[in-house]
Design a protein around this ligand. Sequence first.
Ligand code: AHG
Ligand code: MN
Ligand code: MN
Ligand code: MN
Length: 345
Amino acid sequence: MTPANASPVSLTRHLIEEERRGHICADLRLLLEVAARACKSISVAVGKGALGGVLGEAEAAAGGTSVNVQGEAQKKLDVLSNEILLEANAWGGHLAACASEEMEHCQPIPDAYPRGNYLLLFDPLDGSSNIDVNVSVGTIFSVLRCPDDVGTPCDEHFLQPGTAQVAAGYCIYGPSTMLVLTIGHGTHAFTLDREQGAFLLTRKHMQVPEQTKEFAINMSNQRHWEAPMQAYVRDLLAGREGPRGKDFNMRWIASMVADVHRILTRGGVFIYPRDRKDPGKAGKLRLMYEANPMALLVEQAGGAATNGRDRILDIAPGELHQRVPVFLGSRDEVAEATRYHREHD
Ligand code: AHG
Ligand code: MN
Ligand code: MN
Ligand code: MN
């Protein structure tokens, strides 16, 4: 039992204790330390804002704005954060390869460096549309085991369901910089102490209340939604009876990390459904870099995460940049929204 006046537990000590409990091995512990160190570097770059020359859009080599594999205009910080994560993880010796939302294919660790047994996936900067207006953004990461004896890993080795994740987390660059992490034994939050340069444990076993009155939905897409989503929100706005009664809040930050952090901290439900704006895509959010890590964090905190019909973590990925509708957060509300979709089938 930690005495009341004991110094806060650092991320390093927390991970060593988890290793002693047999919850992680030294390689995974060191991988997570390297990822956290990269997030600290990104936090410094984000914190400089206009003074660091990192705002605005990235320029393509051929001139004009650089566009990533998602078809999105890249921000300078998207590119810088991606480079920081790639460089930090190259030499650690714990990884076999990385895959990034910003890169078309996975990036095996260069032959010059020792290769490890893990695959790291990341959304290097989530919520990039908020960078230039100084609203919280973040980094999302997910860790898988590299299949044995595959030689140089390639994209297909990353195509594992979310249940195969051995760790997942995000770093939110807000008024404070916080790392929220799970290795399958609860979801815990660490706050960056800038003087020490250390992440200190500030919230153990985050819990998402089962019911909620707070919704994160981008209502500007309403006209593009499919019928079950239209019906669910229509009944919500009409003050559907039930445990919540007639009052509710709407919050939409347009940084998934910030919306999910609020939900892990005080409950709520986050919905980004499929819509007809982009009929060929199953919604905006990416299964491997956003939905899977966030679904694991939320489930480890007692919440739920579906694609409107099935558990997100059970989805068998078909391709690296696959998109998925996301319903996550307070268990009862996710079940209700999922019921609307299942009954409509
Ligand atoms: P990213 O910046 O990594 O591309 O992700 C942005 C995502 C997610 O963070 C957020 O919830 C969603 O896009 C916001 O979408 P809208 O701008 O359509 O509301
Ligand atoms: Mn993006
Ligand atoms: Mn994102
Ligand atoms: Mn991103």
